[in-house]
Ligand binder design. Sequence first.
Ligand SMILES: *Cc1c(COP(=O)(O)O)cnc(C)c1O
Length: 394
Amino acid sequence: MDSTLISRADAVLLNTYRRQPVVFVRGEGSCLFDDAGRRYLDFVAGVAVNALGVNHPAWVRAISAQAAELHHTSNLYYTTPMVELAERLVTLSGMDRVFFCNSGAEANEAALKIARKWGKVMKGPRCTRIISLSRGFHGRTLGALSATANPHYCEPFTPLVPDIEQISFHDLATLDRRMDEECCALIMEPIQGEGGVYPTDPRCLQGIRSLCDERRVLWIADEVQTGVGRTGRWFDVHHAGVLPDLMPLAKGLGGGFPIGACLARGEAATVLQPGDHGSTFAGNLLAARAALTVLEIIERDHLLEQVSRVGELIRSRLQQEPLLTNVRGRGLMIGTDCARGDARNVVTRAREQGLLVNATSDQTIRLVPPLILTEAEALEGIEILRGALAGPAS
Ligand SMILES: *Cc1c(COP(=O)(O)O)cnc(C)c1O
C-alpha cells in the first residue's frame, strides 16, 4: 500500500471521510486490485453504484465511442441519448416523465421542489409540509439533509429547510394524522439503505399508496439505492405493484458514471415550467450513454433474475451463520447484524482476507455487490466473510 499517497491525501483533501487504508488501481468484473496487485472481491460496488462491475466491455465501448463523438452540450439544446434514456426509463418504470441531474441528493432536491410547488398550486399556499421517516437517508445537500433523520448528520448545519417533519418508521397512525391539508408529500426509501438496510413490507407500500391517494399527498419513493435492478425488479416498488408520484434515482443508474434522475407521474409530472429548475451537466451524452448501456445489459443478460437468485443464495447462507442475526433485504441489497456488535472489525478483517463489505453501524453489515455477481463469486465471498466473522471480537 502506498502510504505516501495516503499522507498526500490527508494534506490536501477536506477531512470528510474515514477512508480505509487501501489504494485501488484497477478492476475486472466483480473484483478490484490494489497497488500491490492484491485481488478483492467487491461486495460494496462503489456503494451500490457499479451495477455492471468494473471494466464491463459494453459500458467501456459505449462511453468511449460517445466521448469521441460529442460529450456535452448543456440543456440549451436537444441530444439523442438523453431522449432515448428518458424513453427507456418511462417504459421500464411506468412513470410519465424524467428530470435528469447528477447525484442522489440532487434527484431528491428535484422531488422536494416539485412537491412544494405542487402543494402550493394544487392545495393552497399553506400546503408546504413534507413528512420523512426516522432512520431515513436522502443525501447531504441542505434540502435532502433536512429530510434525513440522523441528528449526527444534521445538527452542525441547522437551521435546516423548514417544515420537514420526521415521523417514526412504519407508524401509519401518525402518518394518517399528519397527512392533512398542509402536507404536500411523504418522502421515504422502500428499503432504507444508509440507515441499515430496513425493507418496507410490500403491503405497507400499498398502504402508503392508498393513504397518499386518500389524503392527496405526493409519495416520493427514494429509489436512489434500490432502483435500477438492485432488488431483483427494475424498481423496488414494483415488488408491491404500486407506483409513487416521484421516484428519485441515481446510484446504479450510470454504472459508475455520475447521473441522477427524478421520475415523475401524473400531476407531479406537470408542475415544473421552464426556469423552475435545472442543472448544467444533467443528462449529458456520456452520462446518458452510460445509463442506456446499464439498462441494455441488465435486460440482455437477464440480470434481474440473476440478482433475485444470487441474493436468495447469499441470504440463505448468511442465515446459517451463528455470528449473524436478522438477515434481511431484497435481491442484492442485503443487511445483517453482527451478534458481537463488531461490524467494523469484521469489515477490516474481511478486507485483509480479500473481500470488501460495508458497515452502516457497529452492528450492521451491508452487502451491495455488482448486479453481475455470479453464484460462484457469492459463495467465495461468503467463505471469506465466514473467516472474518470468526476472528477475535475486538
Ligand atoms: C446514497 C443515497 C442518496 C444520496 O445520493 P448521493 O449521490 O450521494 O447524493 C440519497 N438517497 C438514498 C436512498 C441513498 O442511498
